[in-house]
Design a protein. Structure first.
Length: 428
């Protein structure tokens, strides 16, 4: 992490303990990971990125001589009951292949006897969300989980925006710290939010303006430009009185979009704007891979046609703006990238950002669909950072407090208070 901090020229204070602050020798270590990975119809893991991202933490703790590493995660949304398709069996199998050592999967996550550490040094507890107490942040449930170990590590950034028992309440019962993944997520993204190298450009896509109003509002104060794409652009068009045909529009977000455009204009000169919209679009006569398509200017979307991607003029315009950037944050695809016919805008910008990364620009992909897009194009390794937390990264960039991180900070402050109290008693 010191190497990463140096590369980013970071002066960011992390108000919680990290792995390097603990001695794990002969300790039982409880690690919250985010193994909520996609499975196919045969229950095989189709994308193991989140599992791979946990390996640095797990390997470190094992190499430091931990007696046993107990992992806990959720999978899917079983709503507090046992659902066979959400068992962690395929996850344990894939982790075992990646770690190259046995991974024991327990029959439940609480009220069980763990396998002997001599035979099973790595243990994965069954799906936390088979119990409703997990999402209710139940203290008794958290205490049972904590009883398995001597130390708690949060390495599940993707769930750190949730006040759940395995992320939040558990820190009250064990010495707690952040794993390498959580530390990296907060280090890279924290730099962008607190002290980014300028110019700082954001690229925002997705559908609903209302879902990203807090994000846009927060970024307006920090970014030099915000490039808009995806279905969200059509809500901004409508806010300016343009016809959008059959394009997807967030009707409830039109007034919000109008207000954001006005605010954007006030933040810069009268003849400029921080929010930049597409100048042309690829449109289709239906939402289908085999639809008839055309490329038109924003004012020329005919009735019955819908916007599906940014056009070539917009791609060139956005590249020109991005050319001088030093920090880029991307959250949300610029078109319906899942369909090849409408993936060009997202793919072209992704490839261009990969080139900029190679020239020293800090490029951050904010998880979710953006991460899925760069994964599809085989570019995940070409960026400074691809977040593992869609919802968590979104809330972080909105400026919200993440309960899982706040819990680590509270645990740290509690340990400092206790330490200082002990020093005073010794002086007496």
């Amino acid at each position: 992490m010191a190497e990463l901090n140096s590369k980013l020229n970071l002066k960011l204070s992390l108000n919680f303990l990290t792995l390097k602050d603990f001695d794990f020798k002969n300790k039982k270590v409880l690690v919250r990971v985010d193994f909520n990975v996609p499975l196919d119809e045969n229950l095989n893991v189709t994308n193991d990125k989140r599992i791979k991202e946990s390996l640095s933490t797990l390997t470190y703790v094992l190499e430091q001589g931990a007696k046993q590493v107990i992992l806990m995660s959720h999978l899917g949304r079983p709503d507090g009951r046992i659902v066979e398709k959400y068992r962690l069996t395929p996850v344990a199998k894939r982790l075992e292949q990646l770690l190259r050592q046995k991974v024991a999967l327990t029959e439940d996550c609480i009220d069980i006897k763990l396998p002997d550490a001599k035979n099973s040094r790595v243990v994965l507890l069954e799906n936390l969300r088979f119990h409703p107490e997990e999402e209710k942040n139940d203290e008794a449930f958290a205490k049972k989980l904590a009883s398995y170990a001597d130390v708690y590590v949060n390495d599940g950034f993707g769930v750190s925006h949730r006040a759940h028992a395995s992320v939040h309440a558990i820190t009250r019962f064990l010495p707690s710290c952040a794993g390498f993944l959580v530390e990296k997520e907060l280090t890279v993204m924290g730099k962008a939010m607190i002290n980014p190298d300028k110019p700082f450009i954001a690229i925002l896509g997705g559908a609903k303006v209302a879902d990203k109003i807090k994000l846009i509002d927060n970024l307006l104060a920090k970014c030099d430009k915000i490039l808009i794409g995806g279905a969200m652009a059509y809500t901004f068009y409508r806010a300016q009185g343009f016809s959008t045909g059959a394009s997807k529009v967030d009707e409830d977000g039109i007034e919000v979009a109008s207000d954001l455009l006005k605010k954007s204009g006030k933040l810069v000169s009268k003849d400029a704007n921080k929010i930049i919209l597409p100048v042309d679009n690829v449109v289709a006569d239906k939402f289908d891979e085999n639809a008839n398509t055309d490329t038109v200017a924003i004012k020329d979307i005919d009735s019955g046609w819908m916007g599906m991607d940014i056009g070539p003029l917009t791609i060139d315009k956005y590249k020109e703006i991005l050319k001088t950037s030093k920090t880029v944050l991307w959250n949300g695809p610029l078109g319906v990238f899942e369909m090849k016919k409408f993936s060009r805008g997202t793919e072209e910008i992704a490839k261009y950002l990969a080139q900029l990364t190679g020239k020293g620009v800090t490029t951050i992909i904010g998880g979710g669909d953006s991460a899925a897009a760069v994964e599809k194009f085989g570019l995940s390794s070409k960026f400074t950072h691809v977040s593992t937390g869609g919802g968590a990264s979104l809330e972080f960039f909105e400026g919200k407090e993440l309960p899982g991180i706040k819990a680590l900070e509270d645990s740290y402050n509690k340990s400092i208070t206790k330490k200082n109290s002990g020093k005073k008693k010794k002086k007496k």
